[in-house]
Design a protein around this ligand. Sequence first.
Ligand code: C5P
Length: 285
Amino acid sequence: MSGLSLKSPAKLNLFLKVLAKRPDGYHDLQTIFERISLCDEIRLTRRTDGKIIVICDHPQVPKGPKNLVVKVGRMLQARYGVKSGATIFIDKRIPVAAGLAGGSSNAATVLLGLNKIWGLGLKRSDLVLLGAQIGSDVAFFLYDSSWALGEGRGERITRLRIRNKYWHVVVVPRLKMYTKDVFGRLNLRLTKKEADVNILTLALKGKSAFKTGQLLHNDLETSILDIKPDLIRLKDRLSQYGFCGVAFSGSGPSCYGLAPSQEIAIKAAEDLKRYYARVFVAHTL
Ligand code: C5P
């Protein structure tokens, strides 16, 4: 196989509880990942010269070794003695550094893709170990599952069987928010101890999107608002559209509403576009 076209989806965190700071500087957490229909497209072709070339016209996407997909390619080449290279074309639609894990998703998609076009025959368990070295959110995208519980740094994945599909409006403000800074600001004494991932998981499997919406939780919200207090205006505005619940995704700044229907999501998004340039309607994928 020499070429491949793949979708690389974004995620939302419907629940994110930080349990403790670890000696390695990361935080142990519990999170619920949802894969959503906002996707990048990635095309991979094999090269015979061993180079890893990234083609992407998005100005914020690095083309060199800082790009996680280049790290993936180099890591596989070094570890498995691969002589081939790859051209990786990324059609970028997921906003960068937004809490939607676009870069991690690209890394996971390229791991899966290079495994195929280079004929490596690696098992998922191998790919998960490699992915965890690239970033905490990479593993989730290697499981081909709409929903998962993430533990440890977020890289220990348990698939969740949730049949419901949900509609969302995702708003991405034009400002930079670094995951490292958001975790760095966190005051663990101020996080909500009673938030319970099992209660949300049960609600996600149930019939009431409104019940689910009330249980959305993100311990990182206080740090996100500490860094950019203005973002409370975004959350307040989103709360005016009849959503079942509103929350920040991951380390922000993306904020989303869980909509009771596709119609309400589309209507809300149309109106929100008057205030924000980057507004997306997306559903569980
Ligand atoms: O794993 P990733 O590269 O996405 O993490 C970026 C940064 O976010 C880490 O360097 C760390 O500072 C912070 N982080 C954390 N705990 C996690 C995940 C990320 O402290 N579980």
